[in-house]
Write a protein that binds this ligand. Structure first.
Ligand code: NAD
Ligand code: ZN
Ligand code: ZN
Length: 345
C-alpha cells in the first residue's frame, strides 16, 4: 500500500509499504481521510526526531476493514475515528479521565504514544489500531471528520479547561484561525456565551472566522493588543487561546489577558515569556492561570464528535490525494490551506 513516511529529518516520501498485520486485539482500518496538522511540520523540521521511517498522520478516520480474533463491538465497514492518545487506560490519571497525561505511557515529561508520533499513523491506505482507540462516527463523513481527532480534540480540551472564564459577558480571544482555531471558534460559539474575538495574520483566515462565530475579527498589526484592551474597557480578555505560539502571539496573549484570566498556550511555535515570582504585574496580571494543554481526554473526544453530529461543529476541509501529500505539506507551510488539509488515499 502507499504510505507517506518521514524518511529523514526534513524529508517525507510517499512509499510502498506492506499492509499492516493485525494482532488479536487490533482492527485494520481502511483510511478515508488523514488530516495534516501543523505539528506534522514541527515534526518534519525537528533535526533529531526519533521516529524515522514511520507513517505520519495523527488525525485519521476510515472504515473497519478487518477485525482481530479478540475484537468485539465493531463490524466490517463501520465508520470510525482513531483517538490520538494511546494511553494505558488503567493508571491513576487514566482512570480519573486524564488519559492525555497518562502516567505509565507518557510519564512526567513524555507523551502517550499516538499514531504518526511513534506507531505508524494514518497517511496511508490502511492503519492498524487497538480496538480501545476507535470511536464510532455514525453518520459523519470520515473525510470531514478526520480532523476531529486533533484539531477538534485539542481545541475542545483547551476550552473545557477554561469554562470557568467563559460565562456570558466574558470575552475570549482566539489567536490563529487555522486547523485548530477554526474548530475552536465553533466550539466556543456553540457551547459558551462569551464574546469571541479572532486574530490572524491572514485575511482569508479572518473570513473563515467570520463564518464560524467570531463577533470581531482583527488582522494582526502593532495595535492589536491595544485594540483588544479597548474592546474590554482596558481590563483584558477573560480567556485567550493561542493556537500559534510564536513570539508575537505569546506577547499578544500576555498583553491582553485579564486578571484571573485563563491563558491557554496551545501552539508550539517556540515563543515564550519570562516569569518572575515578584509583585510586578508584567508580563502577567494577578490571578492569571497558564496552561499548556496537550491533546485531549477521551471525554473531550466524544464531546466534539457529538457537536459535529449535531451540526454545530464542521471542519472546513481541503482534500489532496495521498500521492500529493508533499504538496499539502508545502501549502500548509505557505499558510494557504483554509481550515484543514486532509489526505485521501
Ligand atoms: P495551522 O497552520 O492550521 O494554523 C495556524 C494559524 O495561525 C494560521 O491561520 C495562520 O495564518 C495563523 N498565524 C500564523 N502566524 C500568526 C501570527 N503571528 N498571528 C496570528 N495568527 C498567526 O496550524 P494548526 O494545525 O491549527 O496548529 C496550530 C499550532 O498548535 C501548531 O503549533 C501545532 O503544532 C499546535 N498543536 C498543539 C497541540 C497540543 O496538544 N498542544 C495539538 C495540535 C496542534
Ligand atoms: Zn496535531
Ligand atoms: Zn495511563
Amino acid at each position: 500500500m502507499q504510505a507517506l513516511q518521514l524518511v529523514a529529518p526534513g524529508t517525507i516520501e510517499v512509499r510502498d509499504v506492506p499492509v499492516p498485520a493485525i494482532a488479536p486485539d487490533e482492527v485494520l482500518v481502511r483510511v478515508a481521510g488523514a488530516g495534516l496538522c501543523h505539528s506534522d511540520l514541527h515534526i518534519l523540521h525537528t533535526p533529531d526526531w526519533p521516529a524515522l521511517n514511520v507513517t505520519l498522520g495523527h488525525e485519521t478516520a476510515g472504515h473497519v476493514a478487518a477485525l482481530g480474533a479478540n475484537v468485539s463491538g465493531f463490524a466490517e465497514g463501520d465508520p470510525v475515528l482513531v483517538y490520538l492518545v494511546w494511553a494505558c487506560g488503567v493508571c491513576r490519571q487514566c482512570v480519573a479521565g486524564r488519559d492525555n497525561v497518562c502516567a505509565t505511557t507518557g510519564g512526567r515529561l513524555g507523551l502517550p504514544p499516538g499514531p504518526g508520533l511513534g506507531p505508524d499513523g494514518g497517511m496511508a491506505e490502511y492503519i492498524k489500531v487497538n480496538q480501545r482507540f476507535l470511536e464510532p462516527l455514525g453518520d459523519l463523513d470520515p473525510v470531514r471528520a478526520a480532523p476531529l481527532a486533533d484539531a477538534g480534540l485539542t481545541s475542545m480540551h483547551a476550552i473545557n479547561g477554561a469554562r470557568h472564564r467563559l460565562d456570558p459577558g466574558a470575552t475570549a480571544v482566539v489567536i490563529g484561525v487555522g486547523g485548530l482555531g477554526h474548530v475552536g471558534l465553533q466550539i466556543l460559539a456553540a457551547t459558551t456565551g462569551a464574546r469571541l474575538i479572532a486574530v490572524d495574520t491572514s485575511e482569508q483566515k479572518l473570513e473563515i472566522a467570520r463564518g464560524h462565530g467570531a463577533d470581531l475579527v482583527i488582522k494582526t498589526d502593532a495595535d492589536t493588543a491595544q485594540r483588544i484592551l479597548d474592546e474590554t474597557s482596558g481590563y483584558g480578555a477573560d480567556a485567550v487561546f493561542d493556537f500559534v505560539g510564536v513570539q508575537p502571539t505569546v506577547d499578544l496573549a500576555t498583553q491582553v489577558i485579564a486578571p484571573d484570566g485563563a491563558l491557554r498556550l496551545v501552539g508550539l511555535g517556540g515563543g515564550g515569556f519570562p516569569y518572575r515570582a515578584d509583585a510586578a504585574t508584567a508580563p502577567l496580571p494577578w490571578g492569571v492561570d497558564v496552561r499548556r494543554p496537550y491533546a485531549g481526554t477521551r471525554s473531550d473526544q466524544r464531546q466534539v464528535i457529538d457537536l459535529a453530529k449535531q451540526g454545530k461543529v464542521s471542519v472546513d476541509v481541503t482534500t489532496y490525494p495521498l500521492a500529493d501529500g508533499p504538496r499539502a505539506f508545502a501549502d500548509l507551510e505557505a499558510g494557504t490551506v483554509p481550515g484543514r488539509a486532509v489526505l485521501v488515499p
